[in-house]
Design a protein around this ligand. Structure first.
Ligand SMILES: NC(=O)c1ccc[n+]([C@@H]2O[C@H](COP(=O)([O-])OP(=O)(O)OC[C@H]3O[C@@H](n4cnc5c(N)ncnc54)[C@H](OP(=O)(O)O)[C@@H]3O)[C@@H](O)[C@H]2O)c1
Length: 253
């Protein structure tokens, strides 16, 4: 396959308006991809720092909204389309007996269900589009694989997303589309600021995160963004296979 061109290579990024999603969109755009953005805030989407060829305003914590996400996507002019399921939230942080069930449900939908449903919407469109191959990258976390006190909603939703992703990988026609999960490490975004602001009662391990920040050990959002682009370029020029069905953690990378 060829190197990316805006006419033939599309990247769709959810949560494109801030944090890791925005950094990924910037790097993908610089590498030659056209960018299609999904975000919950219409004004932030209109003001997005990256030029968008298309966009959809969608609150991915709402079941009805997320079912419509990417339903009308037109891939007919593209040879290669990558979906980055990045949008996510840590809310609500706190002990299991104190968190509001309605907020837990929103996060289960946003982190756990949305990346699976949106992948399905993308895959159906891709299969109906001749000559376009697809890739899906799910933003996951070490919290999908180990418990962190105070993060019941986050750990449970990311774990559900990862198990669903393994199932999707086993069902996908890998000649048309492939899927992997990327854990970006501890990255300096609003999410980390939210973590450091927690009380010890809500999150007993909060000092570990404060210490990392104090020692300037948080990664820049550019780090996972660079990794993503290198992975896709290697896939495109055939030097390294896309890690279909794998979960890659950048924490120690
Ligand atoms: N930062 C880390 O250390 C870290 C570590 C492991 C995994 N991750 C994962 O990486 C991804 C990005 O995290 P981040 O650090 O960039 O977080 P962030 O700065 O809080 O950004 C989260 C993104 O998700 C969007 N979003 C939140 N709720 C949404 C909703 N209901 N519908 C649609 N979009 C919604 C936000 O939109 P707005 O712009 O409107 O707020 C924002 O663009 C997440 O999946 C997160 O779990 C992050």
């Amino acid at each position: 396959m060829t190197s990316p061109s805006a006419q033939t290579h599309l990247a769709i990024v959810t949560g494109v308006t801030s944090g890791i999603g925005l950094a990924m969109a910037k790097h993908l755009h610089q590498a030659g991809f056209s960018i299609y953005g999904v975000a919950r805030n219409a004004q932030k989407l209109a003001d997005c720092e990256v030029p968008l060829v298309g966009s959809q305003c969608c609150d991915l914590s709402e079941l009805t909204a997320l079912q419509a996400c990417l339903r009308d996507l037109d891939l007919s002019t593209y040879q290669y389309a990558v979906l980055i399921n990045n949008a996510g939230s840590l809310d609500p942080i706190g002990r299991f007996e104190s968190v509001e069930p309605a907020r837990v449900a929103q996060t289960m939908v946003l982190n756990g269900l949305a990346p699976l449903v949106v992948s399905g919407n993308f895959y159906r469109t891709l299969l109906a589009t001749k000559g376009c191959v697809g890739r899906v990258v799910q933003l996951t976390s070490g919290a999908a694989h180990r418990p962190i006190a105070g993060w019941m909603s986050y750990c449970a939703s990311k774990a559900a997303m990862w198990r669903g992703t393994e199932v999707i990988a086993s069902e996908m026609d890998a000649s048309r589309c492939q899927i992997m999960a990327l854990s970006p490490g501890v990255v300096a975004t609003a999410m980390q600021a939210q973590i450091r602001a927690q009380s010890h009662e809500a999150m007993p391990d909060v000092d570990w995160f404060r210490e990392l920040a104090a020692q300037d050990k948080l990664a820049s959002p550019d780090k996972p963004a660079r990794y993503l682009v290198e992975m896709l370029l290697a896939d495109l020029d055939g030097t390294r296979q896309f890690p279909h069905g794998e979960s890659i953690d950048l924490f120690d990378a």
